[in-house]
Design a protein around this ligand. Sequence first.
Ligand SMILES: *Cc1c(COP(=O)(O)O)cnc(C)c1O
Length: 335
Amino acid sequence: MSASPVNAPFGSVLAGQMAVAWYRGGRWSPTEIRPLGPLEIHPAAHVLHYGSECFEGFKAYRHADDSVHVFRMDRHLARMQQSARALILPEPDTAQLAAAVTTLIDRVRADVPAAPAALYLRPLLFGTMANIGAAAQPSNEACLVVLASPVGDYFAGGAKPLKILIEEHAQRCAPHLGVVKTGGNYAAAMGPTLAAKKAFGVDQVLFCPGGEVQETGAANFLLIKPGHILTRALDSTFLHGVTRDSVLALARDLGYRIEERVFGVPEMLDWVQGGEAALSGTAAVLSGVGTLVHDGQEMRVGNGAIGPETTRLRDALVAIQQGRAPDRHGWLQRV
Ligand SMILES: *Cc1c(COP(=O)(O)O)cnc(C)c1O
C-alpha cells in the first residue's frame, strides 16, 4: 500500500489483501484471504446482465492504545443478509462473513490508520451463474468479497455545509428496493444527481417523491433542533442507516425527543428557518446542510453554517468510535 492513503479521495486506496468466498453447488467455499487483484468471472455472469449485487460499508478504528475496533459490524452484516434475501442471492453465512472481515482486518492491521482516519470495510456479494437467459431466474452461484480501504477524515479540509436539491418528482430507486443496499439503486440515482449538480451546483439530491422527504443518494436525512430530532420512520422506501440508528440512540441518551414519522417538504422548509438539517452515513458520519434548493430558489438552513446540534451529535458518536468516550451500547468489537 502506498504512503499517506488518508489524504487520498475516499475509497481510492485499497489495502493489499482481500477476502473471497464462492457459492457453488449449494454451499459456500472456505474464505480465502489473498492479495488484492482481479477476480475471474464469466462474461455471462448474472450480475453483469441482471444486476444481482449488494454490498455493505462500515469502519474499523485504531484507538490511542493501538487496539483496533470495528463499529456495529453485526448490524451491517444483518443488513447484508436482508439485501441478499431481497435480491434472491445466496445468503452469506453470517459467522463466516464476520470471520472473513475480522481475519482481513487482522491481516491488514498495519494499514489501519490512526484517528481521525479509519479502515473502511466493503463486503460485496454478486451473482455469478453463467446464463444470459436468466432474466427471471435467481443466480444459483455467487461470489462474496471483502475489500478494505484506509480512509481519511471526510472533512480533512474542514467541514463545509452541504448544498442539497429538493427533488419532488424523480425517485431514487424502485420503492420496494429503497431498503436494499444494491448497486442498481446508485445507478438509478446517478442521472438525477449529476443533472442537479450541473444545473444547481448542489452536492446531493434529497429525494422527496410525492412531496414526502426520504433520503439522498447515499445518506439518511435528519432535521435537528435543540433537544428535538425529526426523521422519517423506517419503511421500505429508504436505507435503514446504522449511523442514523446510532445518532438517534445517542440523542435519546442526551434527552432529545426523537420523532420518527413521514413529513413533507413544507414542514422541512419551516423547520430549517431556525433549525438544522444533516445527512448521516458511515463515510461522513453526520454532515450539516447549509442550503436547500427548492423550485430553483436557494434557502438557507439556519444561518447557512453547520449547526451546533449537528456538531454536538457528530462529536458524541465519533468519540465513541475512536475510543475517547465509553461505549455504553456495546457497539465496538475489538479485533
Ligand atoms: C449506505 C447507505 C446509507 C447510510 O447507511 P449507514 O449504515 O449509516 O452507513 C444511507 N442511504 C443509502 C442509500 C445507503 O446506501
